[in-house]
Design a protein. Structure first.
Length: 306
């Protein structure tokens, strides 16, 4: 005969087993959610690395586990190593282990973007050679720094088009805290942002340019600068004056030839002549000969290797 105590013990065992199963289920569900989050974070970082212009041509891999992102691969310089670490700084990543090797600084310590103040989290970069390499020095050129440039080819508002590239050379050496960071003669590359030729009767011509790249001691750096721009005066008022002048001249000739009636006819003919002349004349354009000097300012700071 089953006693009440035996029944009570049986249900206690059943309850304990159920609690264990529920706990296991919750734990599995939590792991799945965490794994999915890591997968999403890894996909986001991979896309940012692939789209970064500073990392094109490099084989940099990322792996995310438990919110910790690990970066591996090889970079050409410290600037690219920093760019990869910044790309990995996405919401949800608790720490970044930057294990990317750099050819320029073998044996250097990799940057731990998640905890830069902690030396314990820094990972050594694999050395490419056993020979000691000289320390690489980087100098920051601040935003707002002026770049005086002379263009290598002519540019004109009626001949250039948006997206067209041009080249030039730095005219004046850029110095930062007594260091000659960008020497005169350094090559620059730019792009035409806007080019427009005015119509024959209305509008104005315009040309807008900016720099996109600078090469210092054989190394190219992507840059962002202010836009150099120039426009001609509006053409509408000038057209009215030219047409009106033609009409007045025609009226005068007509009056001398045939009185009032001749003045009316001459005025109509003169107006048409003024319009035709204005239509045939070329609108004013912005024309920059080769060796023209232009001034730009850095919109963002850059790090230059010395």
């Amino acid at each position: 005969m089953t006693t009440f105590t035996q029944i009570q013990k049986h249900w206690l065992k059943v309850g304990a087993a159920s609690a264990v199963l529920i706990g296991i289920g919750l734990g599995s569900s939590g792991c799945k959610r965490k794994s999915a989050q890591d997968t999403q974070l890894q996909s986001t970082i991979s896309n940012r690395l692939a789209a970064d212009p500073a990392l094109q041509g490099l084989n940099i891999q990322d792996h995310v586990k438990g919110g910790v992102a690990t970066l591996t691969g090889t970079a050409q310089n410290y600037q690219q190593l920093q760019a990869a670490a910044q790309d990995a700084q996405v919401p949800g990543v608790s720490k970044i282990l930057n294990q990317i090797a750099t050819v320029s600084t073998p044996g250097a310590q990799a940057v731990n973007a998640g905890n830069q103040g902690s030396q314990a989290n820094s990972q050594p970069v694999t050395a490419r050679s056993s020979a000691p390499a000289p320390a690489v020095r980087w100098i920051r050129v601040p935003a707002g720094t002026s770049l005086m440039v002379r263009i290598n080819q002519p540019l004109a508002s009626n001949l250039a088009h948006a997206g067209e590239t041009f080249s030039g050379k730095v005219e004046r050496t850029v110095t930062v805290r007594g260091h000659r960071v960008i020497p005169s003669g350094a090559l620059v590359q730019g792009v035409v942002v806007y080019a427009h030729s005015a119509g024959h009767f209305r509008g104005r011509s315009g040309l807008r340019l900016r720099l996109s790249q600078i090469t210092v001691r054989g190394r190219a750096y992507a840059i962002q600068t202010s836009i150099w721009q120039k426009y001609t005066s509006a053409r509408g008022k000038r057209s009215v004056i030219a047409i009106g002048g033609g009409a007045g001249l025609g009226a005068l000739v007509g009056a001398l030839a045939g009185g009032g009636k001749g003045a009316a006819i001459g005025g109509a003919i003169g107006a048409g002549t003024g319009t035709a002349v204005q239509g045939l004349t070329h609108p004013p354009e912005i024309s920059l000969p080769a060796e023209t000097g232009l001034q730009f300012q850095l919109a963002r700071s850059i790090q230059i290797e010395q």
